[in-house]
Ligand binder design. Structure first.
Ligand SMILES: [Zn+2]
Length: 314
């Protein structure tokens, strides 16, 4: 039998809430029906997928887009901004705009075209990517493969038109959509999108469901703290940055995975292991059957090691 991968699809996930679930763990996006228009959450990992997402919104919901929210700066969630730009505001945390300027240079908000693999990798996997995978052929190959597929040759990054530092809200007729920033976590600038009435959370890559995450230049303690905070919310459905919709219970299991990684690396540091030794020896048998575990465990141990030692680079 030939293995076929299902295309991305738009799913209703609560009152007025829709999730666009990427195929095979590709990035997710979302939309909120504001009554006469749509609020879009993230814009996909290349312009071709962004156009498919936009066409599905038009075909299935038939309302104009009023605003776009970026959950964070990573390429696979913002590379479709260009497909929506010019007509509507793009809203993100101020650290997202700062990350673009740091990685791509200041250019007065006009946007950037990215064609080289190292810059694409830093935009997708974090600033310390090349350093983390310097001696890790498996992790580098996985990332290089993904960013060399058709559709990624030329990535246009359109920065946010509006940023906020703490909280932002859309007060709709029968819904309040709250954007919250709870500190550095998966990256710095992660936005939690909370639909209070529908009890839906869009978490971007604060939650990766169904595969082992790439933790890159995250703040691991901050990430666990943010998840502990949102786990106290009254929520029916959580939309991860990758993978199918889930419950708070499944989000709790993901928090436990991050905690298990942190604790295993802390134990290795406590026993005097070097970073190289920890990257070679620290393993999480409970999670080893998850997709991407073999490719990413070593680099994730390095990332956690550096975080716990108070540094991000080698
Ligand atoms: Zn991300």
């Amino acid at each position: 039998m030939t293995k076929s991968s299902p295309a991305a699809q738009l799913h209703p996930v609560g009152a007025g809430a829709y999730a666009w679930i990427g195929a095979d763990g590709d990035s997710n996006a979302g939309a909120v029906d504001t009554g006469d228009s749509l609020l879009v959450i993230d814009t996909q990992q290349n312009e071709s997928l962004a156009r498919s997402f936009r066409a599905a919104l038009a075909d299935q919901l038939g309302k104009p887009v009023r605003a776009v929210v970026n959950t964070h700066y990573h390429l696979d969630h913002v590379a479709g901004n260009a497909v929506f730009a010019g007509e509507v505001p793009i809203i993100a945390h101020e650290r997202t705009a700062e990350a673009f300027a740091t990685l791509l240079g200041a250019n007065g908000g006009r946007g950037w075209t990215v064609t080289d693999l190292p810059t694409k990798s830093a935009l997708c996997y974090g600033e310390n990517f090349s350093d983390l995978v310097a001696n890790d052929a498996a992790a580098r190959a996985e990332a290089d493969h993904r960013l060399s597929e058709p559709g990624y040759e030329r990535i246009t990054i359109v920065p946010p038109t509006h940023t906020f530092s703490d909280r932002f809200a859309f007060h709709l007729a029968d819904e309040v959509v709250r954007l919250g920033y709870f500190g550095p976590a998966h990256c710095d600038g992660d936005v939690v999108v909370h639909l209070e009435r529908a009890k839906v959370l869009f978490l971007g890559d604060l939650f990766v469901h169904g595969r082992f995450p790439w933790i890159g230049d995250c703040d691991l303690d901050g990430w666990i703290r943010v998840l502990d905070t949102v786990l106290t919310f009254e929520i029916d459905t959580v939309i991860p940055g990758h993978g199918p919709p889930a419950s708070l219970r499944e989000l709790g299991k993901f928090r436990d995975l991050l905690t298990a990684l942190r604790d295993a690396v802390a134990t290795a540091i406590g026993s005097g292991a070097s970073e190289d030794t920890a990257a070679r020896d620290v393993r999480l048998p409970r999670y080893e059957t998850m997709p991407r575990y073999p490719e990413w465990i070593g680099a994730n141990v390095r990332s956690a090691y550096r975080h716990l030692r108070g540094r991000r680079r080698g």
